[in-house]
Design a protein around this ligand. Structure first.
Ligand SMILES: NC(=O)c1ccc[n+]([C@@H]2O[C@H](COP(=O)([O-])OP(=O)(O)OC[C@H]3O[C@@H](n4cnc5c(N)ncnc54)[C@H](O)[C@@H]3O)[C@@H](O)[C@H]2O)c1
Length: 392
């Protein structure tokens, strides 16, 4: 028997699935987190968050205690769940093309457990047309398919989920109404739209951010090249001039979403997207630019380079596609002596930030963790601070 209080989340041990599962369980739903990552599922079932997400650990412990949430690898358990929310990865291959073979295979696998009463909600990021392809895979068993993209800043799920407008699109009215109903429990505002609009809203949102960051990074590179202070110029640009207020900070623009979704958009548009190419070449070039600058001035073989911060964003432990890690690997490959530290990402090679500062000749801020803001770095050290974290 199908139960409308039961929600299964596929990819439920991941960054998108787990916080959503927690939010829904806190509103009374019985949530099954279905995943393949046994290590993370063991942690979850013991009330331990497998990654950093503000406020999640406390809620996880509570929901596990109340038996409102449970992680399992048994896909057939979806049979009893009215709602099936899919949050598995949608990767890109090394030719900048979406590689959705596993994603589509997943729907071929789950199909046998579906019937006309289920509501299947895709929450992974996909490019236009993918929802229709999935509909064609499952339509003989179930037609209630919706696409409800996630636009939350990683680490802030529980804070942002109730505040942001949730886009809801569906192949039929039942899918739209039912998806709206479930998201209304955790989101303040629901916006109904059609599927292709929803697919584009998600990709445009991330591409816009990715390209926007590249503008600041390009300005930073120009300033460095001219021996000028980008942060001072940026502040002066904004001073009593509201049209410039939104200019972002420079920094290592990375992570699992912005670049990937901009690539998905580019691929969808047959790569006729020069803004994407330019943005990627600027953003991805930052680590190499720093190394070239340093090589031009110092003999790096005789220096110790310390990297403060490895995760792709502040106050988070996620290193997926981190440019700080890219920089570290590059230095190591050139046999340059490196030291590393992070406040959230755990690695046995990490050392304390103050020891790193003491032992390094060159210090590079890889991630703008708050803990670095008040660090005192002596004038005998060479500081590279793309993010402008450390007050001069
Ligand atoms: N991380 C973000 O901030 C964010 C934001 C918006 C959208 N997205 C999108 O959401 C999707 C998931 O991203 P994520 O960051 O949560 O990834 P993730 O790697 O943290 O989570 C994905 C989870 O899916 C599981 N999984 C993969 N294949 C599976 C299968 N066949 N059956 C069961 N479980 C399976 C993995 O083990 C993993 O736990 C991607 O499409 C991503 O682009 C991510």
């Amino acid at each position: 028997m199908i139960n409308r209080n039961f929600v299964s989340i596929i990819g439920g041990a991941g960054h998108v699935g787990l916080p959503l599962g927690l939010a829904l369980s806190s509103k009374g739903h019985d949530v099954l987190l279905i995943d393949k990552n046994q290590k993370n599922m063991n942690k979850i079932n013991n009330g331990i968050m497998p990654f950093v997400e503000d406020g999640c650990e406390k809620l996880l412990k509570k929901m596990i205690r109340k038996k409102k949430i449970f992680a399992t690898d048994q896909l057939d358990k979806v049979k009893k769940c009215k709602y099936i929310i899919v949050c598995i990865g949608t990767p890109i291959n090394n030719k900048f093309k979406p590689d959705l073979k596993k994603f589509f295979n997943f729907f071929y696998n789950i199909k046998k457990y579906l019937n006309k009463n289920h509501v299947i909600i895709i929450r992974s990021s996909i490019y236009p047309g993918v929802s229709n392809k999935i509909f064609n895979i499952i339509k003989n068993r179930c037609k209630n398919l919706s696409y409800c993209p996630e636009r939350i800043a990683q680490g802030k799920s529980l804070v942002e989920l109730p505040k942001l407008s949730q886009i809801i699109s569906g192949k039929n009215i039942k899918a739209r109404i039912e998806s709206g109903k479930i998201f209304k429990k955790v989101c303040k505002k629901i916006i109904y739209t059609n599927i292709i609009e929803a697919e584009l809203i998600k990709l445009f949102s991330n591409a816009y951010r990715y390209i926007n960051f590249s503008i600041a990074n390009q300005f930073y590179l120009i300033c460095k090249n001219q021996g000028l202070d980008f942060f001072k110029i940026r502040n002066l640009m904004k001073d009593n001039y509201k049209r410039n207020l939104n200019i972002p900070m420079a920094g290592f623009t990375a992570g699992p979403c912005l670049l990937k979704d901009t690539m998905q958009l580019s691929s969808f548009y047959n790569h006729k997207f020069p803004l994407f190419r330019s943005a990627m070449s600027i953003n991805e070039s930052l680590p190499q630019f720093i190394i070239n600058e340093l090589k031009g001035e110092y003999n790096l073989k005789k220096k110790v380079v310390g990297i403060l911060g490895l995760s792709f964003k502040a106050e988070n432990d996620d290193i997926r596609d981190s440019l700080s890690i890219k920089l570290l690997k590059h230095l190591k490959s050139k046999k340059i002596k490196t030291l590393q530290s992070d406040e959230y990402y755990k690695d046995k090679q990490n050392i304390n930030k103050n020891i790193l500062i003491k032992r390094s000749d060159i210090i590079i801020i890889g991630t703008p963790h708050k803990a670095y803001k008040k660090l005192k770095i002596g004038s005998n050290k060479i500081l590279i601070d793309v993010w402008g974290v450390i007050k001069k």
